[in-house]
Design a protein. Structure first.
Length: 115
């Protein structure tokens, strides 16, 4: 039996509150795009969202532990994976370790879009 992803239940006009483990906040900043929909986003959109999610993930203060670690709520991970995949398709490559963009050309593209 396949476990449904939390984003599979989203509907237009859903409301969220402080008990949603950060899902409403994350959905808002991602403009209600699901991780599976990122493949068609343009470079500027992806760079902006990746930058924002990186700051959120590093700070972690707005997300509950459940949101980050629960199998039902690995939404942040799915977003980051989808954004990195799209950035790679657009010419920005990542290292597995150390983490991050792997080449000067990738940083040049990323920074140009972030400005």
């Amino acid at each position: 039996m396949t476990h449904a992803l939390i984003e599979d239940t989203w509907e237009e006009g859903d409301s969220y509150d402080s008990s949603d483990a950060g899902i409403g906040f994350l959905r808002h900043i991602m403009e209600s795009a699901k991780p599976s929909e990122i493949y068609c986003k343009d470079l500027k959109w992806v760079v902006g969202k990746y930058s924002l999610l990186s700051i959120i993930a590093l700070g972690g203060k707005c997300l509950s532990q459940q949101f980050i670690t629960s199998p039902d709520y690995l939404l942040l991970t799915r977003y980051c994976d989808a954004l990195e995949k799209r950035l790679t398709e657009l010419g920005i490559h990542f290292n597995e370790f150390p983490l991050g963009i792997s080449d000067d050309k990738g940083w040049e593209i990323f920074n140009a879009m972030a400005d």
